[in-house]
Design a protein around this ligand. Structure first.
Ligand code: HMG
Length: 423
């Protein structure tokens, strides 16, 4: 097993996140729904949720996250030989999000390109494939790009509404990674056929059996963590300094860590509370700002953890818990690389959260009611009103192909108009 000491380590070399420009404050949602705001802000732990606009979709969010990764980490795109997008926000029954992103980023033709879907677990499936591709030697020195990209939508006025969100996380996976050396082959998995959360083909909003979904998640924590720990004890693994969880809403990560502490590790309430504050708290800052980003949720938690604490965590082991409804879960671990703090500083992970626009409730509801109402009959020359450093969904053309336009960082959207669909 790779415990982060040999020259053959594999893991996460760089991370970047992307979110929509706009957000809704949960206090505004609570007022409109006539709910005490504490229920959302304290009961669920949600402060703001990102809302995708008319020109944002899983392709644009994935492209924005990957563009930031390339720009911030100085990635050589010609060295990418594997590019997978984890998503459950399908935009086409056949053509993958990954193909659009591959074209928009100008990645090499010699590249394995595909989407992975298993609810929120899709990103982890893509990551595990990338890690094993590199560890097997098949990569022959090339790197993998894994992008998790989703828009979480529940029906207006439903209990799930305050747990919406949108965003993407891009991960560069390499040998000798500069951020987190993953322990290849040492994971605990758990799967069960449950109907906790689903989205029929005809719907844009998810359906969920909310309280049941919470109990399915907790069962999965016990199953996956228990399997991982049994093997870890056999291997004599070092203690975990921190753990990042899948975060459908902030309170869920607290419930998860508490369940693991009390039901699996025999801690009492006070010890569980202290452990949560110390080991999990700092990973939740981005989720509180963005909401559920489905496939990217665990990796947004990892990004927040590194952003806050990479300096103190260098050389330490961190646990990672991924959950996808349906369901499947995986618990695994990695070691924060020595020198990670400098890399994290250069990545400016929180930058996309800084310059956002607060929607009022009316504007939010108008966006949601227009969901699925995509501009039709567009051409690649049509103007779109987007920020200069972003990729934009223009609409669908006469043949129902999706049209995108992408700007490189610092240039205008018109400067290098490009769209695989419109080409
Ligand atoms: P609800 O029934 O409206 O809320 O929906 P509640 O009554 O259970 O209250 C929530 C919490 O707020 C409770 O705390 C209340 O006590 C508290 P808890 O008991 O849980 O600790 N509360 C208050 N606190 C302070 N002041 C107040 C107040 N009032 C109440 N005044 C539910 C909650 C999570 C069910 C709902 O939001 C929902 O259905 N969300 C969507 C489903 C979800 O996120 N499930 C999580 C597990 S499944 C998962 O993670 C997979 C997923 O990401 C999808 C995928 O894999 O693709 C969703």
């Amino acid at each position: 097993m790779n415990q982060g000491t040999s020259s053959s380590t594999v893991g996460i070399d760089a991370i970047a996140i992307a979110t929509p420009r706009a957000y809704l404050d949960l206090v505004d949602l609570a007022a409109a729904r006539d709910v005490p705001s504490d229920k959302y802000t304290k009961g669920l732990g949600a402060i703001r949720m990102a809302i995708a606009g008319r020109h944002e979709d899983p392709v644009t969010l994935a492209t924005d996250a990957a563009s930031r990764l390339f720009a911030r980490a100085g990635v050589d795109a010609s060295r990418i030989g594997y590019m997978a997008v984890g998503t459950e926000t399908g935009i086409d029954h056949s053509k993958p999000v990954a193909s659009y992103v591959h074209g928009l980023l100008g990645l090499p033709a010699a590249c394995r390109v595909f989407d992975t879907k298993h609810a929120c677990f899709g990103g982890t499936a893509a990551l595990m494939g990338a890690v094993e591709w590199i560890a097997s030697g098949a990569a022959r020195g090339r790197s993998a790009l894994v992008v998790c990209s989703d828009i979480a939508r529940y029906a207006l006025g439903s209990p799930g509404e305050p747990t919406q969100g949108a965003g993407a996380v891009a991960l560069l996976v390499t040998e000798r990674p500069r951020l987190v050396e993953l322990e290849v082959g040492h994971t605990g998995t758990y799967a069960r056929d449950v109907h906790d959360f689903w989205r029929p083909l005809s719907r844009r909003d998810a359906l969920v059996d909310g309280h049941y979904s919470v109990s399915c998640y907790l069962d999965a924590v016990a199953g996956a963590f228990g399997a991982w720990r049994d093997e870890d004890v056999r291997r004599g693994g070092a203690p975990l300094a921190r753990t990042a969880y899948h975060v459908p809403y902030v309170k869920m990560a607290k419930k998860a860590d508490r369940h693991r502490a009390i039901a699996c590790e025999g801690l009492d309430e006070a010890a569980a509370e202290a452990r949560f504050a110390r080991d999990v708290g700092s990973s939740l800052a981005f989720a509180a700002e963005v909401g559920n980003v489905y496939t990217g949720s665990l990796y947004m938690a990892l990004a927040a953890l590194l952003h806050a604490e990479a300096g103190v965590l260098e050389g330490e082991r961190v646990g990672l818990f991924s959950y996808g409804s349906g369901c499947v879960a995986e618990f695994f671990a990695g070691r924060v690389a020595v020198g990670a703090a400098d890399v994290v500083e250069s990545l400016a992970l929180d930058e996309p959260l800084r310059d956002r626009v607060r929607l009022d409730f009316g504007a939010y509801e108008a966006i949601r009611r227009a969901d699925g109402d995509e501009p039709a009959g567009v051409t690649a020359d049509d103007e779109v009103d987007v920020a200069s450093d972003r990729c934009a969904f223009v609409g669908v053309d006469a043949a129902e192909r999706r049209v995108y336009r992408r700007a490189t960082h610092g240039s205008t959207p018109r400067a290098d108009a490009a769209s695989t669909a419109a080409a």
